[in-house]
Design a protein around this ligand. Structure first.
Ligand code: G6P
Length: 370
C-alpha cells in the first residue's frame, strides 16, 4: 500500500477523505448483494459464543474506546446483550468480575497498545471468556493473541489523530451488532435488509458531506482563537461528542470537553459565555426535541452554537449561530456521518493555528508503554 499524501497537505486530511472508500473496503466481501446477509468470516466459528454471551466487555483506549462506546448502544438495542465499555488501563488494575460466558472485544487500530494487550492477557489468565479483536493492523499483537476477530481494513493510518480507523471500527461493530441482533431474532428479516442496505449507503452520504468541506472550513475559521470548546450529543451521538472534543484537543491544543447534552446543566453550563463555542450533534432522532432545548439553554447564556443537523432542518437553523447539514440516515448509523464535520473542523482549526497536524506534540500513534 502506498504511503503517500497525494495532493493533500496532511495525512490527516487525506485520511478524512479516504473514509468513504475505506468503509467500502471494510464492507468488501462481507455483505451480500441483496443486503440480506452479513458474513464476518473471522468470527464465524465463535458466533454461537456471541449469541449465548452473558455480557460483552469492550476493552480499548483513546479513539478506539469511543468506537466501543458507540457500539454499546447498538449491541444493547439491537442484540439485547448487556455491554460494558472499559478503558483497558482501568479494567486491568481493578478486580473485575469476568465470567466464562462473557465475550471480550478488544478494539485497537494498531493492535499494539500496551494496556489493551495487557488487559486481554489478564482476561485470559482469569477466565475462559472468548476474546475477540477488532484491529486495523494485520498480524499485530492483539490480533494474534485473541481467539478470533474482524479486521477493519481501513488501510494504513499515519495521522496520529485517528479518523478512518475510527469509522472503520464503528462499521465493523455495527455489522456485528446487526448480525447478532438478526441471529438472536431481535431484528426481523425485512428490517435487517433495510438496515444493512442503509449501512452500505453510508459511503455515498459521506461523499456528500465532504463536498461541503469548503463551507465547514468557513465555519471552523470563526473559532480558531477560542480557548475552550464544548461538544454535546445524546444517545449514540454522545460518544461522537467525546470524539469531536478529543480530535480538537489532540491537534489544536484547545481545551475541549465532550458531554452528554442533558448533563450540561450539572456542570459545563457554568462555563458558557460569549467566547465558548458549543458543538451540538442535533440530528433528527428521538431526542431531537430535547436537544433543541439544550441549544436554547446555551443561547440563553450567550454561548455560540454550531449545530450538526439533518439536511433540511429548519428549527435549529433559526437559533444556532452556525448549522452544518448531514444527509438523513438510520439513527444507528448517524455516528459515522456526524463525526466527519467534527474531524474537518478540528483539522481546519489546527491548520489555522499553525499546529503540526499529523504529529501533535506529546502524542504517539501507538502507545506501547503502560
Ligand atoms: C493513541 C493514539 C490514538 C488511539 C489510541 C489507541 O493515543 O494517538 O489515536 O486512539 O492510542 O490506540 P489503538 O491503536 O489501540 O487504537
Amino acid at each position: 500500500e502506498q504511503i503517500d499524501k497525494g495532493d493533500y497537505e496532511h495525512f490527516m486530511l487525506k485520511e478524512i477523505h479516504d473514509q468513504p472508500t475505506s468503509i467500502e473496503d471494510t464492507f468488501r466481501g462481507r455483505i451480500s448483494m441483496d443486503h440480506s446477509k452479513i458474513f464476518l468470516g473471522g468470527i464465524f466459528d465463535v458466533l454461537p459464543k456471541l449469541i449465548e454471551a452473558r455480557r460483552i466487555i469492550i476493552l480499548a483506549c483513546g479513539t478506539s474506546w469511543h468506537a466501543g462506546l458507540v457500539s454499546e448502544y447498538l449491541f444493547e438495542e439491537y442484540a439485547r446483550v448487556p455491554v460494558e465499555v472499559e478503558y483497558a488501563s482501568e479494567f486491568r488494575y481493578r478486580k473485575p468480575l469476568i465470567y466464562d460466558d462473557d465475550v471480550v472485544i478488544a478494539i485497537s487500530q494498531s493492535g499494539e497498545t500496551a494496556d489493551t494487550l495487557a488487559a486481554i492477557r489478564m482476561v485470559r489468565e482469569q477466565s475462559e471468556a472468548t476474546i475477540l479483536g477488532i484491529c486495523n493492523v494485520a498480524g499485530s499483537s492483539i490480533s494474534r493473541e485473541t481467539d478470533a476477530g474482524v479486521y477493519t481494513h481501513a488501510g494504513i493510518e499515519i495521522g496520529v489523530a485517528s479518523t478512518k480507523a475510527f469509522t472503520a471500527q464503528i462499521t465493523v461493530l455495527t455489522m456485528m451488532a446487526f448480525l447478532l441482533g438478526h441471529r438472536k431474532k431481535h431484528i426481523a428479516d425485512s428490517d435487517y435488509v433495510q438496515m444493512v442496505k442503509a449501512l452500505t449507503q453510508v459511503p455515498e452520504k459521506m461523499r456528500e458531506i465532504l463536498k461541503h468541506e469548503g463551507f465547514i472550513k468557513d465555519v471552523a475559521n470563526k473559532y480558531t482563537n477560542v480557548t475552550n470548546a464544548l461538544y454535546l450529543g445524546r444517545g449514540v451521538l454522545y460518544p461522537v461528542a467525546l470524539e469531536g472534543a478529543l480530535k480538537l484537543k489532540e491537534i489544536s491544543y484547545i481545551h475541549a470537553e465532550g458531554y452528554p447534552a442533558a448533563e450540561m446543566k450539572h456542570g459545563p453550563i457554568a462555563l458558557i459565555d460569549e467566547n465558548m463555542p458549543v458543538f451540538v450533534l442535533a440530528i433528527k432522532d428521538d431526542s431531537y426535541e430535547k436537544i433543541i432545548s439544550n441549544i436554547q439553554e446555551v443561547k440563553a447564556r450567550n454561548g455560540k452554537v454550531v449545530a450538526i443537523v439533518t439536511e433540511g432542518e429548519k428549527t435549529i437553523r433559526k437559533i444556532a449561530d452556525d448549522v452544518i447539514e448531514i444527509p438523513g440516515c438510520h439513527r444507528a448509523l448517524s455516528p459515522l456521518l456526524a463525526v466527519v464535520p467534527l474531524q474537518i473542523i478540528s483539522y481546519q482549526i489546527a491548520v489555522m493555528r499553525g499546529c503540526n497536524v499529523d504529529q501533535p506534540r506529546n502524542l504517539a500513534k501507538s502507545v506501547t508503554v503502560e
